[in-house]
Design a protein around this ligand. Sequence first.
Ligand code: C5P
Length: 283
Amino acid sequence: MKIQARAKLNLTLDVLGRRPDGYHEMRMIMQSVELADTLDLAFNNTGELRVSTNLHFLPNNEKNLAAQAALRWWAAQGEPPRGLDITIDKHIPVCAGMAGGSSDAAAVLQALNVIEDRRRSPEMVARVGELVGSDVPYCVLGGTALAEGRGEIITPLPSLPKCWVVLCKPEFSISTPALFAKIDSVKLRCRPDTQGAIAALEAGDLAGVARRMYNVFEDALPERQHARVNDIKNALIQCGALGASMSGTGPTAFGLFSNESLAQEAQERLLEFSGDVFLTRTV
Ligand code: C5P
């Protein structure tokens, strides 16, 4: 079976505090985009999970989230692993704040639900996903949604009006656990207006959402990386983006455009910052 795994963006991201279990309490608006990895699944009936990808540095065994998802799936059905060959064609930038690995995991769960004809609801598939990672339940459900708790409590929101998105991943990567650890000691200067963004979604007001986009992790980035992300955001705004922000724990920055030709010009311009620049659309 061949399936697609879409990337996600954070329209807003707020960290409300550290929890007794070591995770952080989140409140964030998530959005799917067309940019996606492609996965090919084939049962091998050896009991083994084997992963191959077009990126040599990604794990090819049970360390890969796609393989973990399959193992969690069979454990949740109370069955031994059947064994699966997973071939992933990665297009979503890795370690970029776009949930690429979580999305691959979510796609495997959804595919196994269909191939094995289990007929579990998307919500039940999402519950298995939360055992793999905090972002996996959202990746199962997709669209425009509010994610709370450690990220696994999902409330669907009215869809963001369709628009073009230009994404740029600067040439450094961010460690998610390290940035979460750092945010505890950083004094946050600014918080996103999540409620205002939800009201704008309810009104179908794309510019109102874009204006309110903000991610508290921007304040926790090391100074030089923060400056780089800001330069990309400013370039996006100068190119006509309605708003710009960073996604997840970064470092990908993105802008929303209501006009395709402005988005194309922005894509060209941003190549000065990085080779990892994409033009995509919201889903
Ligand atoms: O859930 P997941 O395995 O994707 O989380 C990776 C790491 O990110 C966790 O080990 C934790 O350090 C951090 N995290 C957090 N609070 C969250 C989600 C993730 O502190 N809500």
